[in-house]
Design a protein around this ligand. Structure first.
Ligand code: SF4
Length: 222
């Protein structure tokens, strides 16, 4: 009884906003799934358990912010990138250590991935590179937290102008496809790519075979 009520609470309180801009977190994601998000294509319903996992991640972020403030590292947190036409996002924090400014991006991950991690995830590097780009800051820190064991690993990232240009070019190309209703191709290793396993648009992805997106726009289901 209680379990069902709690699940229902999470499902009823999730934020389902129409997407009008790219998010920085879309960098590195399958362009076809981002396209479906823009088109409000039918998606698999969200699981309340996943929403609780997201919430736990947010709580871990808040605890780290609290420590950073107490360390007096000149911290500002949850800072939106300067407004522009195509992309929006919010960096976890900007801090100052040894007279150097850093963008901080915090990621909470499970123990198994954490244990085997010797380099930052590619998509996380893309995201922090874009924060560096929009804030005009040259250095970033990706801080990974093992949410089961509370261990931490940090990786220092230097701004890479060429990478940011290629990421922005990809966003601009996808914007063009969204506007012209041209469906991006499936990932080259579809359906084995790990993103396909977790993709809420699996069904519509499988059904849509042409270049032009033909599905009727339907509201997202909770
Ligand atoms: S199923 Fe795979 S290829 Fe299709 S939209 Fe999702 S992530 Fe992309």
């Amino acid at each position: 009884m209680l379990k069902e009520l709690i699940d229902q609470f999470y499902l009823e309180n999730q934020k389902n906003k129409d997407q009008t801009k790219f998010y920085i977190t879309d960098a590195g994601k399958c362009p076809r799934s981002v396209f479906f998000k823009f088109k409000n294509a039918p998606r698999e319903p969200m699981d309340a358990r996943i929403l609780r996992i997201f919430e736990r991640g947010e709580n871990i972020h808040r605890s780290i912010f609290n420590i950073l403030y107490r360390l007096r590292l000149g911290v500002v947190t949850e800072i939106p990138i300067p407004s522009q036409e195509i992309i929006s996002g919010r960096a976890d924090a900007i801090l100052c250590v040894g007279n150097e400014n850093y963008v901080l991006d915090i990621k909470s991950i499970n123990s198994m991935i954490f244990r085997n991690m010797s380099a930052p995830k590619e998509e996380n590097v893309y995201q922090i590179q874009l924060y560096l780009h929009f804030f005009n800051i040259k250095k970033g820190i990706l801080l990974y937290i093992d949410k089961d064991q509370q261990e931490m690993k940090e990786f220092f990232i230097d701004y890479d102008e060429a990478l940011c240009k290629s990421l922005m070019d990809k966003f601009n190309a996808l914007k063009d496809q969204v506007e012209k209703n041209i469906l991006p191709a499936r990932l080259a290793d579809y359906p084995r790519n790990w993103q396909c396993n977790y993709c809420p648009f699996k069904d519509v992805c499988k059904m849509e075979n042409g270049e032009e997106y033909k599905k009727q726009t339907e509201p997202q289901k909770p």
